[in-house]
Design a protein around this ligand. Sequence first.
Ligand code: HEC
Length: 201
Amino acid sequence: MTMRSMAQVCGLVLMSMMSVPEAVLAQGAPAFGADGALARPADYREWVFLTTGLGMTYGPAKDVNPNPMFDNVFVTPAAYRAFMQTGAWPDKTMFILEVREAQKNVSINNGGHTQGKIVAVEAAVKDSARFPGGWGYFTFDGPTGLTGKAAALPQTATCYRCHSANTAVENTFVQFYPTLMEVATARGTVKKTYDPKRKVE
Ligand code: HEC
């Protein structure tokens, strides 16, 4: 093999090595239609998984749900990588919150809970040009199941207030995403207003 073709092969190998992460990074960029509605991403289960919460409630303890549900949080890969370096979310970050039923006694299981069918799918997108306050919230719950797209919920929806008042980093609940909380603490991006002892009033 001549030096030149060797260099070409090396170049190709390098390009193919680089194109894998590029493809992963492009995954999950929010797709808005001409009507401004967000398309429900089909591949969010290939994004980066952040946490599972079980039966999370925020009001008085007596309101605890006797049938707790699981919620799974996923974030777009490019946003995750940026956060690991900076402790902040870049524009076009998208999260999915997937809520699933908790089931008992399935298959060999005698105790504990496993995850059942989807109850709800919600999204949050950071887009400073599109949303006042930088973040938009969406629910894909329709009368007959999940919808293919959703308009941003109005600013009066409860999502906006809880996500701006009670979150550790920007509008996101990084206090519940253990690996990310370490990064935010190290990078100094935890909000001054975040108080781990405060409850929702
Ligand atoms: C009373 C507070 C509260 C309200 C209201 C609320 N959320 Fe959340 N949300 C949370 C908490 C707490 C988490 C963290 C879940 C976990 O740790 O499993 C979360 C997580 C999320 C996430 C994952 C990304 C993130 O921001 O951390 C999305 C997406 C989300 N919520 C969407 C919504 C939408 C859409 C609405 C309105 C329809 C809404 N939420 C209303 C408390 C709230």
